[in-house]
Design a binder for this molecule. Structure first.
Ligand code: SAH
Length: 237
């Protein structure tokens, strides 16, 4: 196993604790990601230290603000498993469902979960616009997380229907959080959410600016939302 100090230094600075087993699981995930990336398009980032920071530390940064113990969590547009898989490795007693509209990425994640021996994590092949109307998913989750999927207005429509009253949507953003927040005001309100806080951080050991936007679900989402597939991105609320 390669030296993972780039990651552990970052986690130490964020006061996120870890075990050898968790590091070994991340390492194996890295190996599988890079291997599979040769035959399908999973990530543009393959350099070891970059994966450690831009995929792993970035995904885990949320744990510096909330421990996510015994929660039910949905990762919308998980792609190759970010942030859902690293969060699951670090939050074994929470239940995760990773959603994406591209099935072959989900097959990769299912292989990773099996290889790593992860339980309480499953994948779901669907578009958020459809899934958020299904009774087993509607208003069922404590948290929805999402990284690099859409602008905040679109994301608010895609995610807030999944969340229980009192739960949170956490949007992982890099830049322009303020501008996106302004443009998303209407969508957040219609969907029954309220911006609770924005945590800005620079990923320790890098110059990468990040923002985690916490939106709290206050009231139930009106039944007609999200609108049909494609509408939330084509014509944000
Ligand atoms: N979260 C990952 C992947 C980002 S790429 C990361 O940060 O690396 C965006 C992913 O969102 C793609 O895999 C795409 O298939 C998925 N996606 C986009 N719109 C979606 C929708 N409406 N429903 C479900 N998945 C969606």
């Amino acid at each position: 196993m390669k030296d993972m100090h780039v990651l552990t230094d970052c986690l130490d600075a964020l006061k996120i604790s870890y075990t050898d087993q968790q590091l070994e699981q991340l390492y194996r995930y890295y190996e599988m990601l890079v291997e599979k990336n040769k035959v399908m398009n999973l990530t543009a980032i393959t350099d070891f230290d970059e994966v450690m920071i831009k995929h792993f530390a970035d995904s885990l940064a949320l744990l510096a603000y909330t421990p996510l113990r015994e929660k039910k969590i949905l990762d919308l547009g998980t792609g190759a498993g970010f942030p859902g898989v690293p969060l699951k490795i670090f939050c074994p007693d929470s239940e995760f469902i990773l959603v994406d509209s591209i099935n072959k990425k989900l097959n990769f994640i299912a292989d990773v979960c099996e290889e790593l021996g992860l339980n309480g994590i499953s994948v779901c092949h669907s578009r958020a616009e459809d899934l958020a109307h299904s009774p087993e998913f509607r208003e069922q989750f404590d948290f929805v997380v999402s990284r690099a999927v859409a602008n905040l207005a679109t994301l608010s429509e895609l995610t807030l229907g999944f969340i229980k009253k009192g739960g949170y949507f956490v949007s992982y953003k890099s830049v322009a959080a303020e501008e996106e927040l302004e443009q998303a005001k209407n969508a957040i309100k219609i969907m029954g959410g309220k911006v609770q806080k924005v945590e800005g951080l620079v990923l320790p050991g890098s110059d990468l600016d990040r923002a985690l936007i916490f939106i709290k679900k206050g009231v139930n989402t009106p039944k007609q939302y999200p609108r049909k597939a494609g509408m939330p991105s084509k014509n944000p609320l």
